[in-house]
Design a protein around this ligand. Sequence first.
Ligand code: PGA
Length: 251
Amino acid sequence: MRVIEVDNYDEMSEKAAELILEKIKENKHANLGLATGGTPVGTYRCLIKDHTENKTSYKNVQTFNLDEYIGIDPDNPNSYHSYMKANLFDHIDIPAAQTHIPNGNAEDLAIECLRYDKMIEEKGGIDLQLLGIGTNGHIGFNEPGTPFASHTHVVELAQSTREANARYFNSLDEVPTHALTMGISSILASKGIVLLASGEMKADAIYELLYGKIDEEMPASALRKHSNVTLIADKDALKKVKGQRSVACGQ
Ligand code: PGA
């Protein structure tokens, strides 16, 4: 795993946007895997700024989001459909038909999961997957204990995840209990992965990711099985690994 240490959230965001833009320049038909949450907002802001100033085009890009809540209307401001429009899609030139997000309101969720994985595969797979990490080590909504072999599936959200996300809702009760998420195996199928972490709250998870066991109880540790992962983390998120950085953090 390549580790890029940056000073703060803004630098993390700029670096992540740089890697995404490199990918689009290399291949204007790039397939991007996208994430939601607080972490990637700054990255999207940088992409929007670049689009405005440098006119980088997304006309041929396809995007695939990691996850969506179950039982929330796509127009609900807390849905990840709304998040993606507000934070990125409405501000760049990507055709709506090329933006893909699991449908948490599908009549048959099992079929929706199969459809989502098949669609990603048929479109050639994901070239670059952007990821955040939960305080409990989740990636996407793959909570501790998720099999590494999992494909897109329905999950019950961990209490800590619902509590962390309650800041976007009026109350904890309103936070959905279930979601659809790309599985660990779907994520590992990406050709390249960029994992972002900012802030002291992520320090334990980053320590475990780099130095803990590769174990299903620590979902992000599966990333150590992948040969092309870049972690961009700020000083606060790397706080616990200071002095240990020379230790190999690959498999
Ligand atoms: P955050 O969430 O970006 O809001 O911290 C990350 C995650 O849960 O994957």
